[in-house]
Design a protein around this ligand. Sequence first.
Ligand SMILES: [Cu+2]
Length: 363
Amino acid sequence: MDEQHHPKGQLSLLLTRLSRRGFLGGLLGLGFLGTATTALTESRRDYSGQGEQVGTKSIAPAPYPTHQATTPETPVADLPPPLRVSDPMTFLTTFDYGRVSQLPDGRVRREYTVIALDQEVEVASGVKFPAWTFNGNIPGPTLRCTEGDLVTIHFLNESSMPHTLHFHGFHPANMDGVFEVVPPGSRFSYEFTAEPFGLHLYHCHVMPLKKHIHKGLYGTFIIDPPQPRPKAREMVFVMNGFDTDFDNENEFYTVNGVANFFVEHPIEVRQDEPLRIYLANLTEFDLLNSIHTHATFFKFYRTGTRLDQYEYTDTVMLCQGERGIMEYSYKFPGMFMFHAHQSEFAELGWMGFFKVLPAEGKA
Ligand SMILES: [Cu+2]
């Protein structure tokens, strides 16, 4: 066994590479951050395929120096515009399908741009949190593709700290987003074939992981099955928490980033309308999170990787990193609560309402 393949040899090699990268990244970052500007521009680009999205913005990336990337590297000016959402309601139904092209073999290629940014975000009414974000929001954009697509995620680190993108799913070791740390002011393009279908995650994987996650560096990654799921009104719920006084405990719990947002802004749906919720738990510090829906039951497809196996329930709990797909409809019109079934989480912000309007033609 040569030194590189011996576990201890690999570790020392890795540490050497990491410290070199850190040093180089620091140099690059120092020279670069002074000139990095993130211009926000209004965009009416439709990522959902279901009509125009209002409230989305794109970020014009700064001219990045080349540090690490797959070859051939796409010039920054030619990258697809990164999707940015401005509030939890817009986040709920905004999917980034990427820039689509066709490969010579007929397969679909999708390209996305994700930018790490240091940014203050509002996590509850009047409460600001000094976050690290993907594309300026917590959670990061919901990236979406179909099983078998070749996906390329262009990651630009405009934050002051080293970060990575670690995707759940199959991919080669050098696309795992663990060892290839991306220093401030650098970029890396992750590329792999999307599989298996289901609801997956991406998040930063730099140590200390607890900090990089709770600061906000995560999002969901939907791989649709080759045969699309039945038509439904689709939404994304990312359960999370915020430690606003940095004592390793959460002061607020939310779905999609702002405590009690969906209490103040109930989600309007129709009686009998088929609903599909992509539910993920990215809560740091607490072992579990949960969801309970009032006055209805849902089919719960754990991880979304099987179409023929589900649980029929009104309450599920998920460990950090677990996720699943809920399918259901409301039998009666009215205001119906949904919330964590841990009362403490619900009282600290993880609560909301569906406003169920009568079905068309019903009073
Ligand atoms: Cu990070």
